[in-house]
Design a protein around this ligand. Sequence first.
Ligand code: PEP
Ligand code: MG
Length: 590
Amino acid sequence: MSIQIFGTPVSRGVAIGRAVLVASSRVDVAHYFVGPDRVPAEIDRLRQARDAVVAELTQLKDELPQEAPHELSALLDVHLMLLHDDTVSDATKQWIEQRHYNAEWALSAQLEVLARQFDEMEDAYLRERKADVEQVVERMLRVLAGSSPAPGAPPPAGGPRDFGGEDPLVLVASDVAPADMLQFKRSVFTGFVTDVGGRTSHTAIVARSLDIPAVVGAREASRLIRQDDWVVIDGDAGVVLVNPSSIVLEEYRFRQRQSELERARLNRLRNTPAVTLDGQPVELLANIELPGDAPAALEAGAVGVGLFRSEFLFMNRGGSLPGEDEQYEAYRDAVLAMQGLPVTIRTVDVGADKPLDRMSAHELRHEYGLNPALGLRAIRWSLSEPGMFRQQLRAILRASAHGKVRVLIPMVAHLSEIRLTLEALARARQQLDEAGRAYTAVEVGAMIEVPASAVIIDRFLRHFDYVSVGTNDLIQYTLAIDRDDEAVAHLYDGWHPAVLHLLQQTIASAQAAGKSVCVCGEMAGDTAFTELLLAMGLRSFSMHPARLASVKQRVLRADTRWLQERLPAVLAADDPAAAMLLLLRERTGV
Ligand code: PEP
Ligand code: MG
């Protein structure tokens, strides 16, 4: 049966593929293909993992003390039985043989199939047996994690598969933690759908950086879609079609080809300088999550990095944090990769929906109940860990010996935070001097993403070399809309007059003070806002490399004098988005 599911579009284009359902807790399982010649070796890994778990459980059972409750031994019997059950081992083998999944992926794919069968059982006792299967699979995954993968895996990032004929795949999950999204940079998936999340949730942001069509906040998607269903993800409209008719499928294939052609056409602008029709140069910078993203930024024609979200270096480390040298190497790598272009490194912004440990925003909320977006995050967290903060500042300063580095402080709201931050920087410099370490002058900037800082922007500007507007949070905090919450996603609106007012005030004040100002939130990469931001006087935009060409196209066609004259009318309109659209239509005559 064909169904449609609606969600929030976060990354443009059309993806068509077979669904791979991945449980939230298992997205960190390695997903890669093994070539046909590696299939027997992969099946062998699976067999060895099963044998190891059988041995482990048998030993556990043999060593059970006399007085142990009988249920425990019975439970171990059930687990041992499951390990020999065809629905686990044979079916898992088939995922490897027929789909060429690696062992871990095959195992978790089969777990998803079985979990659904259990969920649908009438009998409560049988339904609860799902937990047993999960425990057994968990044990096998642990063994597999310790075993070396089949030689040759995983395949190169984004590279073609070394065997033909397989269908493209799309990921369907209830939720994906931001840190887990990173591994999809090397992934086999051509699109994805999640049940939760909003337009600027960090999962959505990483999806956009991957430049694959995605829909979030699709609520029931992971329940309604089944493993292997054909799925169309319309990343423009936020619609997911499950098992569409062949006519609909053909229509989407046509649209997919069109958007690929459009993308290729846009990519030709790569080396064209971003200058408006009236000769205003515009700086288009890249947002990156890891040093490995820098080549893509260059490739897209970025003239620097406007936002390096350093927190991704801090995630999923089981409680340990990256030391000064490790951080320094990462920052240095990014600086060197950018070949002399400036790199803006934001100090760590953990907390809210970016916890240090693997936890999705959804789980986080369940776990803590409090509102993490208003809690100890970003600069608040850094200042509460002064040793860690100075360590990061030293690492960033050391990277400045290799190229142009700028430091960016997230979520500053209080003047006392500015004072403490500048003191920490001074102390970090002093420590480097004492240790005889090289560094050069770095510009220090503040992110304007809390309304309080936009309201008293003039006082902030006295202390910083530049400011960068984080519109994702500025919208969230101005409108009191949790950016991760799909239930209020329809109210999350960058066109809200209050947001536009703060934005305009920030840009105008920075320019009056002779300080540079950039926008590095998702708004900078959203072409719906390009003319508005240009009209406000913005000349520096930082976005995912994948968005750069589209924004550049809009810049090349814009006349800032013409836009500036019409800005007051747009801002005064009840619906500024519609007013802007109307103006642009009139101008182009479309
Ligand atoms: C923002 O808030 O706009 C921003 C760029 O920071 P982040 O999305 O990482 O919170
Ligand atoms: Mg932010």
